[in-house]
Design a protein around this ligand. Structure first.
Ligand SMILES: *Cc1c(COP(=O)(O)O)cnc(C)c1O
Length: 454
C-alpha cells in the first residue's frame, strides 16, 4: 500500500521526466522491428521495473503476456536465476571459451545433453546465430561426406528462423525479407501443412492425406538438399500456427531415408513452452541438430546453442588441416554469466515442476481464450499446444486491427503484441491462473474497444 502511494505522489514529476527521456530515446535509439514513425502517435513504454509476470511502467502494471518476445520462461527476476548470475559475477564474468573450461559450463553441457539426447553443444548468443551454425554444420558435414551438391534447404511455409541473411533465406517472411531476396540461399518451402487447433484435432495422430501430396513434391528435390529446417509443432513468428506431430514424424523419417539432416529450431518451442522440454518430443522424433535460445536463461542474459548429434560431431573429429574443422566462433560463446543463468533456469524448472505447470497453464489458457472468442465474437480459430495459445482477429479490412488491440491493452493492463491479425498469449510458464483470468478480461475489453476505434 505504502509503495503504491509513493508511486502516485511522484507520478506528475515522473511524467515530465519520462517525456524528456522518450524524446532523447527517439533521437538516437532505432527500436527493433518497428517503424520509427509510429512512435509519433504511440510512444515507447517506460519500464521502471519488472517482476514475475508483470512489467511496471508509466502505464501502470502490465501483464507481460508475451514473455518479452517469448524468452521470460520463469518470469522476470526469478530469484534462483538472479542469485546464480550474482554468484558467477563474484568469480568472473567472461573468459574466452575456445581453450578454457569451468564447472558451470560442463554442468550445463551435461544438462542439455540429457534433455535433448544430443551429446554435443555449441554455444552462441542469439537464436539466429544458432540456426546459422546448424545450417553451416549441415552444409559442411555433407561436404565431408563427399556430397558437395547437397547444399540446399527445405523449410516450411510460414516458417521463421531468424533475421540474418542466412536464416532469412530459409524463412518464409514476406515483407520482412522482400528487399534482400536476391541474397538468398536456395530453399524449398513445404506447402500443404496439416494445421491443427490442438491435441484434440484428428490430424494430431494422422495426416496421411496431406503427407502423400507433400512427399511427391519432396522426392523431386531430395538429392540437392542438405537439411530440412522446422519449428517443431508451433510456427511462432508466422502467426502461432500449430501443425500435426504426425506430419513432423513423417518428415523426419523421410529425411532419414534420404540422407537429409533434420534441424529442429526449438528456439521458441523448446525449454518447456509446449508442455514438454522440446516440442519434438510430442512427435517422438530425434532431430540431428536442435537450436535453443529463448527461455534458455529465462530471458536474463543472451544465450543460444545448437545441440549436435554424435554422427555429425564425429565427421569433424580429425586433424586440424584436414578441412574437417568447424572453425566457427562468437566472441561470447559460452559466456559465463549466461551459462550460469541457464543452469539455474534448468534446475529451477526441475525443482518447481515447470513442465507440468506449462501443460496445466496451457489448458487453462486455451479455455480462457475460447471464452474470450465466444464473448467478443471477434476471434476465430483458437489454437494452442502447451503454454502458447492464439486466435485470429476477425478481418474487417483493417490491417492494423492487431495494433489497435495492442494499444488498447496497454490502457487496460497488459502487454499483448499481436502478429498481424494473430492475437496470442505466451506468458511466463509459472504465471498463475488468477493472472490469466485478468488477462482474459483485459483482452476481451481491449478487443471490444479496438473494434469501435476509428
Ligand atoms: C526468435 C526466433 C529465432 C531468432 O532468434 P533471435 O535471438 O531473435 O536471433 C529463430 N527461430 C525461432 C523459431 C524464433 O522464434
Amino acid at each position: 500500500m505504502i509503495k503504491f502511494r509513493l508511486i502516485l505522489s511522484t507520478k506528475i514529476f515522473k511524467m515530465v521526466n519520462i517525456n524528456q527521456l522518450i524524446s532523447r530515446d527517439l533521437k538516437h535509439f532505432w527500436h527493433p522491428c518497428t517503424q520509427m514513425k509510429d512512435f509519433e502517435t504511440c510512444p515507447p513504454l517506460f519500464i521502471e521495473k519488472a517482476h514475475g509476470s508483470y512489467l511496471y511502467t508509466n502505464k501502470g502494471p502490465l501483464i507481460d503476456a508475451i514473455s518479452s518476445w517469448w524468452c521470460k520462461s520463469l518470469g522476470h527476476g526469478h530469484p534462483a536465476v538472479i542469485a546464480a548470475i550474482k554468484d558467477q559475477l563474484d568469480q568472473f564474468e567472461h573468459v574466452i571459451t575456445a581453450n578454457t573450461t569451468n564447472p558451470q559450463l560442463v554442468a550445463l553441457a551435461e544438462e542439455l545433453a540429457q534433455i535433448t539426447k544430443k551429446q554435443h553443444v555449441f554455444f552462441a548468443s542469439d537464436g539466429s546465430s544458432a540456426v546459422e551454425i546448424a545450417m553451416k554444420l549441415a552444409i559442411h558435414a555433407n561436404q565431408i561426406k563427399g556430397y558437395t551438391d547437397k547444399n540446399q534447404f527445405i523449410a516450411l511455409q510460414n516458417g521463421y528462423h531468424g533475421e540474418t541473411l542466412g536464416t532469412m533465406s530459409i524463412s518464409d517472411l514476406g515483407l520482412y525479407k522482400a528487399p534482400y531476396r536476391s541474397f538468398s540461399l536456395t530453399c524449398h518451402y513445404v506447402e500443404d501443412i496439416p494445421y491443427i487447433s490442438g491435441k484434440e484435432d484428428l490430424l494430431w495422430n494422422n495426416c496421411d492425406a496431406y503427407w502423400s501430396i507433400v512427399e511427391k513434391k519432396l522426392e523431386a528435390i531430395s538429392n540437392k538438399v542438405c537439411a530440412i529446417v522446422v519449428e517443431p509443432l508451433v510456427q511462432g513468428a508466422g502467426g502461432m500456427l500449430c501443425y500435426s506431430p504426425d506430419f513432423l514424424k513423417r518428415l523426419s523419417s523421410w529425411a532419414k531415408r534420404n540422407n537429409i539432416y533434420l534441424i529442429a529450431d526449438e528456439i521458441m518451442t523448446g525449454m518447456g513452452r509446449t508442455g514438454k522440454w522440446l516440442a519434438s518430443h510430442h512427435a517422438d522424433v530425434e532431430p540431428d541438430l536442435i537450436c535453443l535460445s529463448k527461455g534458455l536463461t529465462s530471458g536474463s542474459i543472451p544465450l543460444s546453442c545448437v545441440m549436435i548429434d554424435n554422427s555429425i560431431f564425429d565427421l569433424f573429429y580429425a586433424d586440424y588441416d584436414s578441412g574437417k574443422s568447424f572453425l566457427h566462433s562468437h566472441t561470447y560463446s559460452g559466456n559465463a554469466l549466461a551459462v550460469s543463468a541457464a543452469l539455474a533456469t534448468i534446475r529451477a524448472m526441475r525443482e518447481e515442476k515447470i513442465i507440468e505447470q506449462a501443460q496445466n497453464l496451457g489448458e487453462y489458457m486455451f479455455a480462457a481464450l475460447t471464452e474470450v472468442a465466444k464473448l467478443s465474437g471477434k476471434l476465430n480459430n483458437v489454437r494452442g499446444i502447451g503454454a502458447v495459445v492464439a486466435a485470429d482477429l476477425e478481418d474487417r479490412e483493417d490491417h492494423r486491427i492487431g495494433n489497435k488491440v495492442y494499444q488498447q491493452a496497454l490502457n487496460h493492463g497488459a502487454l499483448i503484441r499481436p502478429i498481424g491479425k494473430t492475437l496470442y498469449w505466451l506468458p511466463p510458464l509459472n504465471t498463475n491462473h488468477e493472472v490469466i483470468g485478468k488477462l482474459a478480461e483485459i483482452t476481451l475489453n481491449s478487443i471490444k474497444r479496438a473494434y469501435v476505434t476509428p
